[in-house]
Design a protein around this ligand. Structure first.
Ligand code: CAA
Length: 481
């Protein structure tokens, strides 16, 4: 009996001390892009300034004819495995978030494993499980939540499974989360200039070198028709302005939920974030990573969240002294009238000193890569994390807040702490990859978009490629050296 008590104590201690999170990440982007300015803007009759500033996208990554979400996912994992010296036997689970499924039933991860086995040998991933998470752009965050819980349960119970232990316990292997998508809208639609493609693969393990997850997760879910892709459709159906407003209310709701959870798990305590009277949790966050469908959306999100968080704090007096009081909804007979006045107030707030300082230091740097890649749906918030790493902006002890959004709609908010070991990771080479891309003509872009190109623009080399689809619809992939 005393021994059992000892074991329980030990488990409790481990529970308190073991950290789980993102150890390393790899970003894959296709080798082709189209500039939003130039031929594209002219042909669509749009001022380049609108796309560069109003939307914030300068270039969009476009997949070649031999690429899809599965090839991009496999390429990102291969880079991650090689860089971190991981062997297939070290990986217990590969969870994949995507809304660009290539099959209605077969998990994309099985295709990814098939591709990886072309490099590591047939059967090398046999003991690794995989599942596809679908929840629009938030899918990879649910995958991360789940895999972090699995890694944590294995870490807490040691490497030797106890007799009769539940699944996952005693398993000290690592997990991989992949976010992989092709963001595609109708040609000439207002969604077209927010397209993109890419994949982010993240290594999830105990005592991670990059970001340890703090353990509080806020969530929000509501049935909405803001953005969806009915079965059989190649492009999304999108109610653009409505999608923006669903995003804002879902992230606001999840942030409020996150604060409640943070309180419960002691994240706001003096030995942690140490929030005192008159302060906001935002004050303790070094960076706020929003989902980035287009960089400008992060400004809308910050405007909404900062107003929500600041308006009951003493500092709001300084804001109102600068831009006047907030309009009150009761003063308007129709929601439309209130909406117009509130939007005008938001514009003023966007120009206020307090907003600008906070936005420019905590949010704007997260959009660095998205400006050159476009929307990669499930991976775009994690591309924001890569943006910070690329620019050398992450330092040990920094708190980063993840505000993940998926249409339909759902939001998750959680935080993490940058680890000491982060210094030992070489900064990503994403920018180098972006600089080496080939610019597409408008015609080639449109042909690729419409599936009219049978051959590749750049023949595959040193990458995974879709070689064909057989008469039953099974996809044939290979590694082309
Ligand atoms: N110079 C500078 N700015 C200009 C300009 C110019 N010449 N011309 C226009 N602008 C500004 C506009 O004033 C506007 O800014 P403000 O909000 O400050 O006024 C901004 O450019 C955007 O222009 P519009 O309001 O005219 O917007 P739009 O018709 O181009 O549509 C969109 C924008 C709704 C995002 C559309 O691109 C879209 O539907 N995209 C796909 C859906 C999407 O990304 N939704 C985001 C939320 S859902 C989500 O996040 C999930 C996901 O990944 C899809």
């Amino acid at each position: 009996m005393p021994e059992v008590e000892g074991d329980l104590k030990e488990i409790q201690t481990l529970r308190d001390t073991v950290t789980v999170g993102i150890d390393d990440m790899a970003v894959y982007v296709p080798k082709l892009f189209i500039s939003t300015t130039g031929e594209f803007a002219t042909s669509r009759g749009i001022e380049p300034a609108k796309l560069m500033k109003g939307i914030g996208v300068e270039k969009m990554s476009i997949p070649d004819a031999h690429e899809d979400a599965a090839t991009m996912a496999a390429s990102a994992v291969l880079e991650l495995m090689k860089r971190s010296d991981i062997l297939p036997k070290d990986i217990g689970k590969i969870y994949l978030g995507t809304e660009s499924a290539v099959d209605e039933a077969k998990a994309m991860g099985t295709y990814v494993i098939g591709m990886l086995e072309k490099v590591y040998g047939r059967g090398s991933f046999e003991e690794c499980s995989t599942v596809e998470f679908k929840s629009a752009c938030i899918g990879a965050s649910y995958a991360l939540e789940s895999i972090a819980e699995w890694v944590g349960s294995g870490a807490r119970s040691g490497s030797e499974p106890a007799p009769g232990a539940a699944d996952g316990q005693g398993d000290d292997r690592i997990g991989i989360v992949i976010a992989s998508d092709v963001a595609r809208y109708e040609l000439e639609s207002s969604g077209e200039y927010t397209q993109g493609a890419g994949s982010v693969a993240m290594l999830v393990k105990k005592e991670p070198r990059m970001v340890a997850l703090d353990g509080a997760i806020g969530s929000f879910t509501r049935d909405e028709n803001d953005f969806f892709r009915p079965i059989g459709k190649r492009v999304a159906v999108v109610n653009g302005k409505h999608s923006n407003s669903c995003y804002l209310s879902a992230v606001g709701g999840a942030f409020a939920s996150f604060k409640r959870r943070a309180q419960k798990v002691g994240l706001l305590n003096p030995n942690n974030l140490n929030i005192s009277q008159g302060e906001s949790i935002l004050d303790r966050l070094s960076y706020i990573l929003f989902h980035i469908p287009y960089p400008r959306m992060t400004e809308y999100a910050a405007l909404s969240l900062f107003r929500q968080e600041w308006k009951n704090l003493p500092r709001w007096k300084d804001v109102t002294a600068e831009i006047g009081p907030e309009p009150s909804q009761e003063m308007f007979s129709s929601p439309e009238d209130y909406g117009k006045v509130d939007a005008a107030y938001n514009k003023k707030f966007s120009k206020s000193r307090a907003f600008n300082e906070t936005f420019m230091s905590k949010v704007e740097p997260t959009t660095f890569l998205s400006r050159q890649v476009g929307n990669i749906y499930t991976g775009s918030m994690y591309l924001g994390l890569a943006s910070l790493a690329e620019q050398g902006l992450l330092h040990a002890g920094d708190k980063v807040c993840f505000c993940s959004y998926g249409s339909g709609c759902s939001a998750l908010v959680f935080s993490g702490t940058i680890q000491e070991g982060f210094k030992s990771l070489t900064p990503g080479n994403v920018q180098k990859k972006l600089d080496a891309r080939k610019e597409l003509s408008l015609k080639d872009y449109e042909d690729l978009h419409e599936g009219r190109k049978s051959g590749s623009i750049l023949p595959p080399s040193g990458e995974f490629a879709l070689m064909g689809i057989d008469s039953q619809g099974y996809r044939l992939y290979d590694y082309v050296s």
